[in-house]
Design a protein around this ligand. Sequence first.
Ligand SMILES: [Cu+2]
Length: 157
Amino acid sequence: MERLTTGNMGGLSIIFFIIAIAISMSFYQFVFLNELNAKPQVSEEIANPPETTNVVIAEGAALPTNPKFFDPKDARATLEINNKVVWTNKDTTAHTVTTDDDYVDKLSGKFDSMDTIGLISPGSTFEFVFTEDGEFPYHCEPHPWMTGVVTVVKNFS
Ligand SMILES: [Cu+2]
């Protein structure tokens, strides 16, 4: 009788031990995966660079004969310095900044003003933080002759 009880207790504690391991493993996995999904691996300097790169949407850009659309048409930005690009609409027409190739930044989301603020109305700005190097061609949705590219390079200083 005594031996039987001890044997049952031993079996029970093994079951509890297994359950405890299963719970801690699933908890670890839950926390770990959540962390992985929620926080993009981007440094503070890249997420909040000290300077901006500025592009003007030129006055008259809605006309295909205009000499300038996005100015500069080729904007260059450096990670950790000025990888936040700000477009200022100095035209009297609303425009968009829309990725040519469906680019999605891991921190900022889709490179498309239509996904965040919609049309960039006259006098207003659109900001986008690029968190990796590369070439990012874009255009304006209502005026497809308006094209530009942002080239982002790594900071080697
Ligand atoms: Cu436009």
